[in-house]
Ligand binder design. Structure first.
Ligand code: G3P
Ligand code: CA
Length: 243
């Protein structure tokens, strides 16, 4: 394991439209050692990378991802909302991202967005895709839907899971151990030094999100976290180089 994982949140989302191939590629150029992205499912069962359940903010159209076919979705412009330079950018499929990271040491953090929308069979499809691409060791599955992560663990004990949460938890490492999760992904204000140390003593790593300010990054590093999820991987990479 590297000393500190630099996990690009939705790719290099400060300088590119989030969750696009440009954002993923750029994040690697900027020093990210990992990529975080959001997985949703189209009406015809294809796994695609977009944060919101609807297309209106970043998907260049109205409507829900769950009600849109893959072919329809691929005609949408996922870049021009961010900047005209990115006009024509597409919502990526999960396989496109797999192709980018395969053969590299990049950590791939797939967040399953199966909370607001309940995507039937999503866990099975994601796991099958990971296995088809032999990426079991590179992927960490995360979700705010912890029941979904337990389901993933039952289906694929070999694939790591990490719990996303917003508020401080009582003994989060005990909870993670019960759910057989190997990581904690807390909101940055829910991190404590004691929890980070206790989690590590149980073999559980802590990656807070979403940390963009260098002073906050430093505070997380001082608390002993093993990774940071950030929109600005280059800022974290520079901070770590200085040390
Ligand atoms: O991985 C942490 C983070 O991605 C969770 O929140 O809303 O940015 O998907 P959100
Ligand atoms: Ca996410």
């Amino acid at each position: 394991m590297r000393n500190m994982e630099i996990v690009a949140h939705r790719g290099a989302s400060a300088v590119c439209p989030e969750n696009t191939m440009s954002a993923f590629e750029r994040s690697l150029e900027l020093g990210a050692t990992g990529i975080e992205t959001d997985v949703q499912m189209t009406s015809d069962g294809r796994l695609v990378l977009i944060h919101d359940e609807t297309l209106s903010r970043t998907g260049g159209a109205e409507g829900w991802v769950k009600d849109t076919t893959y072919d329809q979705l691929r005609t949408r412009d996922a870049g021009s909302w961010f900047h005209a330079d990115f006009t024509g950018e597409r919502i990526p499929s999960l396989e496109e991202l797999f192709k980018l990271v395969q053969g590299k040491g990049t950590l791939l953090n797939l967040e399953l967005k199966n909370g607001i929308v309940s995507y039937k069979g999503m866990e099975e499809k994601v796991i099958q895709a990971i296995r088809d691409w032999n990426l079991e060791k590179q992927v960490v599955l995360s979700s705010f839907n912890h029941a979904s992560l337990v389901r993933c663990k039952r289906l694929a004990p070999e694939i790591r899971t990490a719990l996303l949460y917003m508020e401080k938890l009582y003994r989060p490492y005990d909870y993670a151990a019960k759910l057989e999760a190997s990581g904690l992904h807390p909101y940055k204000l829910a991190v404590t030094q004691e929890d980070v140390a206790a989690a590590l003593a149980h073999g559980i790593v802590t990656y807070p999100f979403t940390v963009n300010d260098p002073a906050e990054m430093q505070a997380m590093i001082d608390m002993g976290v093993q990774g940071i999820i950030t929109d600005v991987p280059d800022v974290l990479a520079s901070l770590l180089t200085v040390h």
